[in-house]
Design a protein around this ligand. Sequence first.
Ligand SMILES: Cc1cc2nc3c(=O)[nH]c(=O)nc-3n(C[C@H](O)[C@H](O)[C@H](O)COP(=O)(O)OP(=O)(O)OC[C@H]3O[C@@H](n4cnc5c(N)ncnc54)[C@H](O)[C@@H]3O)c2cc1C
Length: 325
Amino acid sequence: MSLDAIEYCQAIYDTALESVKKLTGNGINVDDHQVIAREIAQLSTQLSAAETLQAYADQSMGKPGCDTKRLSTSADIFLAETVENFRLIGNRCFQSFGLNEKTLAYGDSLQTWLRQTLAESNYRVIGVDVLKDAENRQWIASNTDGEEEAEIRDSTRRFARDVVAPKAEEIHRKDLLVPESFLQQMSDLGYFGMSVPVEFGGVGLSYLMMLLVTEELSSASLPAAGSIITRPEILTRALLKGGTEQQRKKWLEPIAKGEIMVGISVTEPNVGSDVASVSCRASETVLNGQRGYLINGAKAWCTFAGRANVLALLARTGEAGHKGL
Ligand SMILES: Cc1cc2nc3c(=O)[nH]c(=O)nc-3n(C[C@H](O)[C@H](O)[C@H](O)COP(=O)(O)OP(=O)(O)OC[C@H]3O[C@@H](n4cnc5c(N)ncnc54)[C@H](O)[C@@H]3O)c2cc1C
């Protein structure tokens, strides 16, 4: 039956692709049809993911240590959700995709399979299994059985709810600066020094603690709270891993105390995820008798740049690729 489902999606996709090619002059005018382009990209990605998952479930059949029943149920559920989504997008883009009623209609057997596969009881079986797995996994990296984590989560949740949330909407809507009172309180609570080791003036907590605090702050406001503490975190990790002892002594304590605010400047107008392609260059130079680096290149998307006292900027000093950064 999963074959029927894939054929259903493939037929919609093939028809839609032909229409969208005509509509956009083979993609040349794609910018004039961004919504349609996004919808067809979604179809393509989802169909490809559903097929890959089906193939993976088939290949895993009978392999030792593999819960084939759960895998094939999950693959079928994903495929069934894909079919439903194809119909939804198909209805939304009916004319632009050049579809007709027949292509979008479910045959009787497909309809029956969808109902069986998407039954709530199937989701429940998978959910129970996943929870059981999670219970067995020792994922909390701490020797306190999670008490410390629970405590920090609760206290951060209170701060986020009582201090950040009441002002978050206004900050977002009016595009206001992050209030200094937030920064002061976050600093008092030690949020800027969570990853800074105790010997450098921080509180030296685990990745998990950092994650919990970021999650709680972000639930109230990502830009005005959650993202602010991940800036010093990134610079701290970089200094601990690749900095000199002198640099650590100079920067880590004021970062931990919130005395200096940090921004991270990695992204460039043409470089995002592929960080190894960063092209901004740093060349050693001497200016007014002082040795330093001359930075040449464009950067973009630097959160908190307007308030930060220091920017950690990623630049190239050597060869192409990640080693020259
Ligand atoms: C609100 C905001 C704040 C930001 N703040 C900062 C900041 O402070 N400092 C900073 O340096 N940058 C910042 N950024 C930039 C952010 O880090 C980049 O947007 C991110 O690295 C992705 O780059 P991109 O937007 O160019 O997307 P792209 O790299 O072009 O990616 C586009 C899409 O393709 C996918 N993709 C890319 N490569 C692959 C691959 N190999 N395989 C599969 N899928 C892939 C991505 O998942 C994504 O869906 C910020 C961005 C935003 C939106």
